[in-house]
Ligand binder design. Structure first.
Ligand code: SF4
Length: 196
């Protein structure tokens, strides 16, 4: 297509004007929508659970139910933006039915699962029960395998019998506390997807 200089300027001017009108329309929709959503929902800040970047997310909660999620503009890491995985974080709790309505995600775990030694199936447990079991086995394993002296070196104070894997499902502060526990109990085998 051949365009004269005058036609080109006319065309780009019309395109810019159209974009401005559409942009204004979008801004108006956003401006109309924002106060309504914030009026009925409580904002609960959290951290994206998918990777080690740790982007901030705001959950909009109504009557104890998350009704939407979005990037947290106050987070210095993502400044309100989210990658496609973070944008889909709403679907950790909800999936859409054939009518496009959100329904509780049936695959979401709400209780700890435990598989007994030799068993092939997992069983649900209460938090108090599983935490006590973990604490008891942790202490026993650590005490039974604690090395105080090795190859003539004193105060080695470590154990190789336990390994610890951190998680991006935890906040920076939680991972800091994990590290304190791990170091304090002599565990040297540790890792985390973000190397925290
Ligand atoms: S939004 Fe994306 S980049 Fe940010 S923490 Fe989640 S998965 Fe990682």
């Amino acid at each position: 297509m051949n365009l004269s200089r005058r036609s080109f300027l006319k065309l780009t001017g019309a395109t810019a004007a159209t974009a401005a009108v559409v942009g204004a329309g979008i801004s108006k929709v956003a401006a109309d929508y924002e106060p309504v959503r914030l009026n009925y929902a409580k904002e609960v800040p959290t951290v994206c659970t998918f990777c080690g970047v740790g982007c901030g997310i705001i959950c909009h909660v109504q009557d104890g139910v998350i009704v939407s999620t979005e990037g947290d503009p106050a987070s210095p890491l993502n400044e309100g933006t989210l990658c496609p995985k973070g944008v889909s974080s709403y679907n950790v709790s909800y999936v859409y039915d054939s009518q496009g309505r959100p329904q509780p995600n049936p695959r979401r775990l709400t209780k700890p699962l435990y598989r007994r030694p030799g068993a092939s199936d997992w069983e649900e447990m209460e938090w108090d029960e599983i935490l006590e079991k973990i604490a008891k086995r942790f202490k026993e394993t650590r005490d039974d395998n604690f090395i105080e002296e090795e190859n003539g070196v004193e105060n080695v104070n470590r154990t190789d019998a336990i390994a610890w894997l951190g998680s991006a499902f935890c906040t920076n502060e939680e991972n800091y506390l994990f590290k304190k526990i791990i170091r304090g109990t002599g565990i040297v085998n540790m890792d985390h997807c973000a190397r925290l």
